[in-house]
Design a protein around this ligand. Structure first.
Ligand code: GLA
Length: 693
């Protein structure tokens, strides 16, 4: 029941009484159920062994032009010699349209820009599936949306199998044997160990998607037993959860034969900054384990990739994958990705900015529409995150420090959460049954979500004012803005900066909504709107008071990115990391969250896991760990000419759709192929050379 017991004559009236009155009970209320919105297609649920296996086949095939132009000319070994001993084989029965044919291009449009190709050294490639396509990882999770719930476990990938020791404390993994990087150099445990020792475990390097040694538990070690066998040793028994952390984007090794010579440990002439930046976007033909290799880059225009002649996956007929010869990434905007996909000048989009829903739906509904548009569950969500470090992360000034003290105060967080009208925020993006009120924590509609454990503080502006008054945040100088108490930040105006990503209209629209809704409260929230790369750098280095952002897969799947659900390590969490002395100044409720998440990681008992996540949700939402804003569904837009797109592919669950749809087995039937290849009948050139050969 929603109780409005707080009626105050004016701000500042009877402080003691108002504060007492504003206690938890009165602030909480009934959380409305999200509006009905059924996903438009359901996955066909299968076992992992139905999807793939590793085995040698009697014969292998490749596009005819590869044989005639390269193999017969002696510039490339025959396909059977380029493949590993036992390639990964995708099973025909799991391919919606069966064995495919070679040819054509998938034209992506992205809003990011490549910083360079040193992914493990921390460089972004501009997102939108570029890095997902380049990087192959020990395990894989994107396609898990179609795996039976009771058989859920990451798919093998570069690690083709693994065993746990009797005591559950060590995990031996067998790497794919005889696979090669796209330039023909062998892939083996050296690549894995270079990633682990000199990137993850070198505190001077920050791999792009946030891997730190603690991502696999404190005290975990990794060693190579032979070129194709690695062994993990954990402090706890059976932490099967870490198999998920071995997938994209935390355990995808880079080409050690190319990167190592630039790393300061092996090249004392280089600084860490030089290592990170040693492979600028202009560097072509970086060796990858992924299905396509970058062969052309034009700034603010396009990245073109050609098929990797050493790709190590095949179909059951022995055809080397991928089927698609080329990949384009137009360097434009995320909003343009939707427009182009719907119009047919682009091929793929994750429709994730709610502002584009109505227009995209209208145009895709026409019979002549070139693309299919299919909505999934509500897995896109935004929260307002406050910086919880009070011991120096990001080196705040006096004002910033005073804000962090406030961020750590529950009454303050409650004041902010009840000051926001979430219904209005959602409606400002799109009207209709899409957006749902999001109270924070796990998303409604996902496996571990439990409504009864969710504490919701509905919109209540009077209570917000009373709480702020109670904290002594009053407008002492009469300029309409509340002031810090006299002993904090010189008693100046209560000013808080809000970080948001200008690459996405939704991010800045929501941030502007927050700013506008807090203004009548006497809080001056100042927009700190930055382009994606700059925003990510500021967020990673703790240089923010507050930030509005789209959240990761941990609040959708829980099993992917689990260690980011709480500050389980010094650098695992998005808004609370260790301060200058390396320690985490956790509040008692945060410690409870950490313990709960660690207990979740330590057990694989489903009933116990469900209980732990109820507790997590309860502690999280009761303490307003972050201020939930809105959650809504996204839709996959894909040109109708593509085949083998799995039913019910979500745009975001364990990973993004670029991984989920298994692009290496996507094809275009011969009679529907377009004439889009910019470098037909070419293959990647030598690493660092100017273009395709
Ligand atoms: C960006 C886009 C997402 C998805 C990912 C893939 O974040 O917004 O839709 O394409 O990149 O990395």
């Amino acid at each position: 029941m929603r109780k409005h017991t707080i009626a105050l004559g004016g701000a500042g009236l009877m402080l003691g009484v108002s504060l007492l009155a504003v206690h938890a009970q009165e602030l909480t209320g009934e959380l409305p159920d999200p509006p009905e919105f059924a996903a438009q297609s359901e996955p066909v649920f299968v076992s992992i062994s139905d999807i793939l296996e590793y085995k040698a086949l009697p014969e292998y095939h490749e596009p005819d032009w590869v044989t005639s132009k390269y193999v017969e000319a002696g510039t490339l070994p025959p396909v059977a010699e380029r493949l590993p001993k036992e390639p990964m084989v995708y099973k025909t029965a799991n391919m919606p349209d069966g064995v495919g044919v070679y040819g054509d291009t998938m034209r992506h449009v992205i809003g990011g820009r490549p910083e360079g190709w040193n992914y493990i050294g921390g460089q972004s490639q501009g997102w939108g599936g570029i890095d997902i396509g380049l990087s192959e990882c020990l395990t894989r999770t994107g396609p898990l949306f179609m795996v039976k719930a009771d058989e859920l476990e990451p798919l093998p990938n570069l690690a083709k199998s693994w065993e746990w020791s009797e005591d559950g404390k060590s995990l031996t993994m067998h790497l794919i044997e005889g696979a090669k990087w796209s330039d023909g150099d062998p892939f083996d445990a050296d690549d894995v160990m270079f990633y682990w020792e000199d990137n993850v475990n070198d505190a001077n390097v920050s791999p792009l998607n946030g891997a730190t040694p603690e991502s696999w538990g404190v005290g975990t070690t990794l060693e190579a037993l032979d070129p194709y066998t690695i062994k993990w040793t954990f402090k706890e028994a059976n932490p099967t959860q870490y198999l998920y952390t071995m997938a994209y984007g935390t355990f995808c090794p880079g080409p050690s034969h190319i990167l190592k010579p630039q790393h300061p440990k092996y090249n004392p002439d280089n600084t860490y900054e030089e290592y990170k930046n040693a492979f600028p976007p202009e560097y072509m033909n970086i060796p990858v384990m992924g299905a396509w290799v970058p062969v052309e880059y034009r700034a603010d225009d396009i990245v073109v990739m050609r098929r990797n002649p050493y790709y190590w996956k095949v179909d059951e007929a022995g055809n080397q994958l991928p089927y698609l010869n080329e990949m384009h990434y137009r360097l434009s905007t995320w909003a343009d990705r939707d427009v182009q996909a719907v119009a047919g000048s682009g091929d793929f989009s994750n429709l994730e900015q709610a502002e584009s829903f109505v227009e995209s739906l209208k145009r895709s509904a026409e019979d002549s529409a070139p693309a299919r548009l299919q909505f999934g569950a509500r897995t896109i969500g935004y929260a307002l995150r406050m910086n919880f470090s009070a011991n120096g992360w990001g080196e705040p000034d006096a004002r910033g420090q005073a804000v962090r003290e406030l961020n750590r105060n529950l009454d303050f967080r409650k004041a902010i959460t009840v000051a926001l009208d979430r219904q209005r925020l959602g409606d400002s993006l799109v009207r209709g049954p899409f957006t749902a009120i999001y109270p924070g924590g796990l998303y409604a509609g996902t496996t571990y979500y439990d409504k009864a454990s969710t504490v919701y503080y509905p919109y209540n502006i009077e209570a917000a004012n009373a709480l702020l008054d109670g904290l002594g945040l009053t407008d002492t100088d009469g300029n309409g803005i509340r002031n810090f108490p006299a002993d904090q930040a010189g008693g100046g105006d209560l000013e808080i900066t809000l970080l948001a990503n200008t690459d996405y209209g939704t991010d800045t629209n929501l941030a502007e909504g927050v700013i506008a809704q807090l203004e009548p409260l006497g809080i001056r929230v100042i927009a700190n709107f930055q382009s994606g790369t700059a925003r990510d750098d500021m967020a990673q280095s703790g240089q923010f008071d507050w930030s509005v952002e789209r959240q990761g897969s941990e609040v959708v799947s829980v099993v992917q990115g689990t260690s980011a659900l709480a500050p389980t390590g010094p650098r695992t969490h998005p808004f609370h990391r260790a301060g200058t002395d390396g320690t985490l100044d956790l509040l008692p409720f945060e410690q409870e969250l950490v313990d709960t998440v660690n207990a979740f990681i330590a057990t694989s008992d489903n009933a116990e896991r469900a209980e732990l996540m109820k507790k997590y949700q309860n502690v999280f939402t009761e303490n307003v760990y972050s201020v939930g804003l809105t959650q809504y569904p996204g839709a996959l837009i894909i040109n109708k000419r593509f085949a083998n797109i799995p039913a019910g592919s979500p745009i975001f669950m364990f990973n993004w759709a670029e991984d989920n749809i298994i692009r290496e087995r996507v094809f275009v039937p011969a009679d529907r192929q377009g004439d889009f290849e910019l470098h037909p009948e070419t293959l990647p050139g030598a690493p660092g050379s100017a273009g395709p050969m």
